[in-house]
Write a protein that binds this ligand. Structure first.
Ligand code: CP
Ligand code: NVA
Length: 303
């Protein structure tokens, strides 16, 4: 069996990602029609959460169950990961007993190290650098609503964080243009920006980034692990809120996305979050369907 990982969207080719999303849409249809689809019978996924989660935990746990498998939740509080057992040793031990490992953690190197030492597929459930599972669900949401995203114009507004980085990778794999509007000092990783070439542009205001785009995306201003910076960040990001004025700079039929949890009237106004242009609830639900396709791809070896 193959031992592919999903640490970054770049771990899959454009064709594989598109096939995966097509499968996710089909898996979603089957679930809604009550048609059983259990290709992962007898398979186990270990889920290591070193940070909080609602969507990622529920979607992977529900997904494994619906596919006929089972998920094991692990936290540092009640495993040796929280008592200093090296990630390399944990990877060898856990992967010898299960069929795949999901890890949500701080430093991206912990995810990479887990993958290096695991004999089973490893999925990045969010690191400080990347959040590929969320952007996979975002791409499914766009495709369901609008079709192909190639050639579209997308604005990322706010922090140049893990979500922004995965949007850069998505721009590369799905062929859209990404206009990033961030306050000075909060720009995304320079190397990642350069890897996107002409597809990526940086803008100094939310309005400039949103000009004529087809999709506006934002995220919290202080990510998990940055709680101490919350007050300072509220000030630095104040003019980067996605509100109706920003949405008016975009195309009239532009969509709005946010990975959630959202801080209403901070990074996004309640009006935009609850507007007909907002597809945040569809995005959240699609975590389940997109990741079921991903689990099937990685754990069953084909879709
Ligand atoms: N969007 C997302 O990953 O949500 P959780 O932190 O709740 O998993
Ligand atoms: N950027 C956010 C995403 C949460 C899903 C964080 O890392 O906390």
């Amino acid at each position: 069996m193959s031992n592919r990982h999903f640490i970054s969207l770049l771990d899959l080719t454009s064709d594989e990602l598109k096939a995966l999303i097509a499968h996710a849409i089909d898996v979603k249809r089957r679930l809604k029609q009550g048609i059983s689809h259990t290709p992962l019978q007898g398979k186990l996924l270990a889920m290591i959460f070193e940070k909080s989660s609602t969507r990622t935990r529920v979607s992977f746990e529900a997904g494994m169950y619906q596919l006929g498998g089972h998920a094991i939740f692990m936290s540092p509080r009640d495993s040796h990961l929280g008592r200093g057992e090296p990630i390399e040793d944990s990877a060898r031990v856990i992967s010898s007993m299960v069929d795949g490992i999901l890890i949500r953690t701080f430093g991206h190197e912990r995810v990479e190290s887990m993958a290096q030492h695991s004999c089973k597929p490893v999925i990045n459930g969010l690191s400080d650098l990347l959040h590929p599972c969320q952007v996979l669900a975002d791409m499914q949401t766009w495709i369901e609503q609008r079709g192909d995203i190639a050639g579209a114009s997308v604005a990322w507004i706010g922090d140049g964080n893990n979500m922004c980085h995965s949007y850069i990778n998505a721009a590369i794999r799905f062929g859209f243009n990404l206009r990033i509007g961030c306050p000075a000092g909060h720009e995304p990783n320079d190397e990642l920006v350069r890897s996107g070439g002409d597809r990526i542009s940086l803008h100094e205001s939310a309005m400039a980034a949103a000009q004529d785009v087809d999709l506006v995306v934002t995220d919290v201003w202080a990510s998990m692990g940055q709680e101490d910076e919350q007050e300072q960040r509220l000030k630095s990001f104040a003019s980067f809120q996605v509100n109706s004025a920003v949405m008016q700079a975009a195309q009239a039929d532009a969509l709005f996305m946010h990975c959630l949890p959202a801080h209403r009237d901070e990074e996004v106004s309640t009006e935009v979050l609850e507007s007909p242009q907002s597809v945040v609830w569809q995005e959240a639900e699609n975590r389940l369907h997109a990741q079921k396709a991903l689990l099937e791809f990685l754990l069953a070896g084909s879709i």
